[in-house]
Design a protein around this ligand. Structure first.
Ligand SMILES: [Zn+2]
Length: 333
C-alpha cells in the first residue's frame, strides 16, 4: 500500500493504472474455484428465521401498511438472512415488494419512503429490529431475473408472504441459471465504479488532509471518523456479489457473503471482511486506520471485477473514463 499522505494526480487516476497493470500482468487463475452449480447455494446455519418474533412482527407490519393498497401489489416476499434462517440479532428484516403497473406505484413508493423511519420495533424487552423494503415493478423485476442477479436468487429462496400468482409465474419462467456477465457489467458500471472512485480519490484525499500537519484529526489527537467511509464498506459488499458468483459461489444474504469471502480470499480477508460487516451493520463512519484495512481489499476486488467485466468492454471503458474525468476536474479545483 502506498503512502496515503501526499495525494498526487497520479493517485487520482489509480484505477487507470490498475487497468494497465491488468494488461501487463496475467491474473492468477489458479485461485479461482470451478463453478459448483450442483452445490446447494443455501448453506443453512442456525440463526433467526421467518418464525422468529422479529420476523413475525415485521410481516404483520408490512401487511398492515400495504393493506389499503393491496389491489396494486402482486407479491410480498421475505428475502435475505431472516428468510434463510440465518439472521443475527442485528440483522434487518428484508422484503421484496412486487408492484403492478400503473400510477399507484408512485404513491406506494412515497408511502414507503415516508414510513421508512418508523419501521422500527423498539420493544424494550428485545433488540431493536429494522425493516428494509425493496420494491420493483413488473418490468424491473423481470430485468433482474433476465440478468439473473443475486437478488433474483434471494427472491427464489425467499419466503412468500403474499402473492396473487404473478411471482409464482415469474419463478416458473426459464431464466438463466447463474448470474450473467451482463448483470455484472450493469452493477459495475452503474454502482461500483462511482462508489470505488469516491473512496479511492475523494475519501483518500479527505483522509490525507485531515491527517496532515494542520488536519482536523491530527489537531484532535485522534481520528474523528470519516463519514463517507460507509461507501467503502458498501462497495466491497457489491463487489463480492460480482466476484463470488464468478468463483462458483452465490451468497443470498450478508452473513453468507462474509463466510464465502473468507473461504475464497483466505485469512488475509478476515479483517477487511469483518470490518465491512461491522460498518454496514452499524451504518457508521470509519477511521483512518480502518480505511487502511479496507482499501487494499477493495482495490483487489475492483481489479477482479474489472477482469470479470472485461477491461476492453466499451461500457466499462466509458464508465471508468466518465468517473476519472469528474475526479480529475475536482482534483484540479
Ligand atoms: Zn480521521
Amino acid at each position: 500500500m502506498g503512502d496515503i499522505i501526499g495525494l498526487t494526480d497520479e493517485e487520482q487516476l489509480e484505477v487507470y493504472k490498475a487497468v494497465v497493470d491488468l494488461v501487463r500482468s496475467r491474473i492468477d487463475k489458479a485461485q479461482s474455484v470451478k463453478k459448483r452449480k450442483k452445490l446447494n447455494p443455501v448453506t443453512r446455519k442456525a440463526g433467526l428465521g421467518p418464525d422468529s418474533d422479529h420476523a413475525r412482527w415485521a410481516i404483520g407490519e408490512i401487511k398492515a401498511l400495504l393493506y389499503s393498497y393491496r389491489k396494486w401489489v402482486h407479491s410480498i416476499v421475505m428475502i435475505g438472512s431472516y428468510a434463510l434462517g440465518r439472521a443475527g440479532r442485528h440483522s434487518d428484516v428484508d422484503f421484496l415488494l412486487l408492484l403492478k403497473k400503473g400510477e399507484k406505484t408512485r404513491i406506494i413508493r412515497s408511502i414507503l419512503f415516508d414510513y421508512k423511519l418508523s419501521f422500527r420495533c423498539d420493544d424494550e424487552n428485545r433488540d431493536p429490529v429494522e425493516m428494509q423494503i425493496v420494491d420493483f415493478n413488473e418490468r424491473d423485476i423481470e430485468r433482474v431475473f433476465e440478468l439473473s442477479t443475486p437478488l433474483a436468487y434471494a427472491a427464489r429462496y425467499g419466503v412468500v408472504i403474499q402473492d396473487d400468482g404473478w411471482f409464482k409465474t415469474l419463478l416458473s419462467r426459464p431464466y438463466p441459471k447463474w448470474p450473467t456477465r451482463d448483470g455484472a457489467v450493469e452493477v459495475f458500471t452503474r454502482w461500483i465504479v462511482w462508489m470505488y472512485y469516491r473512496c479511492a480519490v475523494d475519501l483518500k484525499r479527505e483522509m490525507a488532509e485531515d491527517h496532515g500537519p494542520d488536519g482536523l484529526c491530527t489537531q484532535n489527537g485522534k481520528c474523528m471518523g470519516h463519514f463517507s467511509g460507509d461507501i467503502l464498506a458498501r462497495v466491497i459488499l457489491r463487489m463480492l456479489y460480482v466476484t463470488l458468483p464468478e468463483r462458483g459461489l452465490l451468497p443470498l444474504c450478508k452473513p453468507e457473503a462474509a463466510a464465502m469471502a473468507l473461504d475464497v480470499y483466505g485469512r488475509h480477508a478476515y479483517k477487511p471482511v469483518a470490518l465491512t460487516m461491522n460498518v454496514l451493520r452499524k451504518d457508521r463512519a470509519i477511521t483512518y486506520h480502518e480505511f487502511q484495512v479496507l482499501f487494499p481489499f477493495a482495490q483487489r476486488l475492483f481489479r477482479e471485477c474489472l477482469r470479470i467485466c472485461g477491461h476492453e468492454n466499451p461500457k466499462v471503458i466509458e464508465a471508468l473514463r466518465y468517473n476519472a474525468e469528474i475526479y480529475k476536474r475536482l482534483g484540479n479545483r
